[in-house]
Design a protein around this ligand. Structure first.
Ligand SMILES: [Zn+2]
Length: 240
């Protein structure tokens, strides 16, 4: 059983150690969140990329449609020319009329196709604008993502150097802590993450906020042995 002075010294050292460990925990947790944050950026960027691809595909389909109409119209115009040149060789009136009718019918088709082509021109123009818009959105997002990624990278560098400093601080804070106490402290810290100590305030554990039995409170105030919270198992200490 450590003497009172020894107890006070050990608790004092543990409080110093915990301050360092809490900082280490916070920084390490922040660093752990980086890969997830980076992947969210990539997902957003992928979505915008899909928007560009869809708009390109829509434009392509319209262009294919228009090309088909162009080809169709050319074929029909050639057919008209051919029929018109045939007309000169025909002497029979009935046959002449039949061919003339066929020409008129094809001409009507051609004018419908022309209307379709004009409508497609409008649609293609709209699709080009939509595609340019999607590309703009993607470019802006890409710039944003690159900036954010750079920020995270430099944050990570900063955290790494802070962690290196804190590890040196921790080594210093460990000096003079008894091996047995350190073992218990480390075990609690490993289990709890951020804190292994809990301040006793007004009869309540400062970490898990459970009301403590008066026996436990008295034992903590005696400052002779390590006393643990019966709920969260952290090492309790009182003020001063
Ligand atoms: Zn507790």
């Amino acid at each position: 059983m450590p003497a009172e002075n020894n107890y006070k010294e050990q608790i004092g050292k543990l409080i110093g150690l915990q301050q360092v460990d809490s900082k280490i925990y916070d920084l390490a947790s922040e660093k752990e969140s980086f890969p997830e944050r980076l992947s969210v950026f990539d997902q957003t960027l992928d979505q915008k990329k899909a928007g560009v691809k869809n708009s390109e595909e829509a434009l392509k389909q319209l262009q294919v449609k228009k090309n088909e109409k162009d080809v169709d119209m050319q074929a029909k115009e050639e057919k008209i020319k051919k029929l018109q040149s045939n007309l000169y060789q025909i002497k029979n009136n009935k046959e002449y009329q039949a061919i003339q009718q066929e020409i008129d019918s094809i001409k009507a088709d051609v004018s419908l196709i022309e209307e379709d082509i004009i409508a497609l021109f409008d649609k293609i123009e709209q699709a080009q604008e939509a595609m340019a818009h999607e590309k703009h959105i993607f470019d802006e997002e890409k710039k944003k993502v690159e900036t954010e990624k750079e920020k995270i990278k430099s944050e990570e560098k900063k955290i790494d150097s802070e962690l290196a400093e804190l590890k040196a601080e921790r080594d210093k804070a460990l000096e003079g802590v008894s091996d047995e106490i350190l073992k218990r402290y480390d075990a609690i810290l490993k289990n709890k993450g951020r804190t292994a100590l809990a301040k006793l305030t007004g009869g309540i554990c400062g970490e898990c906020h459970m009301s403590l039995r008066s026996q436990v409170i008295n034992d903590v105030k005696l400052r002779k042995n390590l006393i643990f919270c019966e709920n969260c198992a952290r090492i309790l200490y009182d003020e001063d």
